[in-house]
Design a protein around this ligand. Sequence first.
Ligand SMILES: Nc1nc2c(ncn2[C@@H]2O[C@H](COP(=O)(O)OP(=O)(O)OP(=O)(O)O)[C@@H](O)[C@H]2O)c(=O)[nH]1
Ligand SMILES: [Mg+2]
Length: 331
Amino acid sequence: MGFFEKLKNKVTQQTDTVTEKFKEGLTKTRDSFAEQMNELFAQYRTVDEEFFEELEEILIGADAGVNTVMELIDELKEEARRRNIKDSKNIAPLITEKLSEKLDKTGDDASLNIQQDGMTVILFVGVNGVGKTTTIGKMAHSFKEEGKKVVMAAGDTFRAGAIEQLDEWGKRVGVDVVKQQAGSDPAAVMYDAIQSARSKNADVLLCDTAGRLQNKVNLMKELEKVKRVISREIPNAPHEVLLVLDATTGQNAMSQAKTFQEATDVSGIALTKLDGTAKGGIVLAVRNELDIPVKLVGLGEKMDDMQPFDAEQFVYGLFRELVEEQTEESS
Ligand SMILES: Nc1nc2c(ncn2[C@@H]2O[C@H](COP(=O)(O)OP(=O)(O)OP(=O)(O)O)[C@@H](O)[C@H]2O)c(=O)[nH]1
Ligand SMILES: [Mg+2]
């Protein structure tokens, strides 16, 4: 069985809604990528040096990251030689296979660290505007759908309107929000939130934080303090520190990750706004060039537009026309 058949079998084992979400959310990237790939296949009939150079450019142009792309191209060349692929139209399954391998690199640790006994505390960090509050709202909805009791903590006490924004999400998805006045100490909000979540027997506590303070040093210090308070109240908590990155910001997202990684122990990445970019290759760069797994992807603004990251769904979302075409031909 070829890679396309395997891929199709795997993704169709999941529910159609998941596949549809990835399809919808990746439309911009898929369209742009498909167009460029079609041009590439039309222009270069044989898999030669120029073909690979052009492919390299397409991938780098999609924000897939220079190092990752160079590695990928080397592996492709080697494998194409080994499998004796000469005709460019026969290399598409191999490209998708290698891409999936790269995306799957960190394997199972892409799942969230959910406590079986007791409360799971998840802290969301990231610069302003990346989508922290929205991601928390979406996660609250998804945990609630699973039947879990959720509480949210309004830890962004700095930005005007931040508390109200989380409150709004609380109303929308039907989840309690623990908050204090604007300008209060976020560590105190967290302390309160833990007590309140405990008394409600909550399964999950989702903690919002500020994306901007007077300066970056202050922000990092505040996050550290917030984290310390949480750990003091619940050993091993926070169980996840999710760094939220905006996919539309490309290499900027990469440098933000490095800054946050130095200041706090980031355990995973939520990559938002993939629906807003034609450069979805950023997932590849984030996954390969940072030592942090991508755990969640944001594929739109609605409450059910957040999905656990799934390499196969992602690759299928990008290549589905090709996969459909070629699996139909061969069946
Ligand atoms: N299209 C799209 N928009 C998103 C996504 N996630 C968040 N947004 C939008 O991005 C904007 C900023 O989101 P917020 O959740 O307020 O970002 P934040 O990180 O909390 O920002 P600060 O509170 O200022 O630090 C909002 O307009 C969201 O609707 C996504 O996956 N797709
Ligand atoms: Mg916010």
